[in-house]
Design a protein around this ligand. Structure first.
Ligand code: ZN
Ligand code: ZN
Length: 202
């Protein structure tokens, strides 16, 4: 890097200059550029600068071509880290969702083995053809509470299941559990909400 091109020199960089009184001996003075005094793009004897200590000379050597980056690396690392964390969170959410879907599939299969295919509210009976309309309701509204004896499960048709949850919302809950616990992404009754009304209108 030579000191003859103005574009190589910026305030804050470390340079060696030759002062006017040293031009005979060629003695170099090292320092940090404070301001550039040469206005043309190049100078055959070096761009004239004032150093931070006030000395003036023509640049002979440039020791670094950028001001020392003090905090930049940390900032960059921080940004990178945040991006990674965001990705991790996405992955965790996706994993939790898969686990939830897997869980629902598992307890639904178990519940269908355990109980007769009859809605516990309206006593409608189900067969292989329409069993997809028979859903598993959790008595305590906790999808993760799945005792193997089925004591927390109830098979409800999608309509009764829907009603069951609107009832929860109407009455409010006194046991301190969030009423919307079951309304996760894996809940199956929700897509059919309002279907009953549509059918009744016919
Ligand atoms: Zn339910
Ligand atoms: Zn029913």
């Amino acid at each position: 890097m030579n000191g003859k091109n103005r574009s190589n020199i910026k305030p804050g960089i470390q340079v060696a200059v030759v002062r006017k009184q040293d031009q005979g001996s060629g003695r170099l003075t090292r320092g940090i550029v404070k301001e550039i005094l040469t206005h043309s793009a190049t100078h055959p004897h070096g761009i004239k600068v004032r150093l931070t200590d006030g000395q003036v000379g023509r640049v002979q050597e440039i020791f670094q071509n950028q001001p020392a980056p003090k905090q930049e690396p940390e900032v960059l690392m921080e940004t990178k880290k945040n991006k990674l964390d965001g990705k991790k969170i996405d992955q965790a959410v996706a994993a939790a969702r898969r686990k939830m879907e897997q869980l629902e599939k598992t307890y639904r299969e178990k519940a269908l083995q355990l109980f007769p295919w009859v809605c516990a509210r309206c006593a409608r009976e189900f067969t292989n053809k329409n069993v997809h309309q028979l859903t598993v309701h959790h008595r305590d509204s906790d999808h993760t509470n799945n005792p193997a004896d089925g004591s927390n499960w109830e098979l409800l048709c999608i309509y009764c299941h829907d009603n069951e949850h609107s009832r929860d919302l109407d009455q409010g809950r006194s046991d301190g559990l969030a009423p919307a616990t079951e309304k996760g992404p894996a809940a199956t009754y929700k897509p059919f909400a309002g279907l009953k009304d549509l059918l009744n209108k016919k």
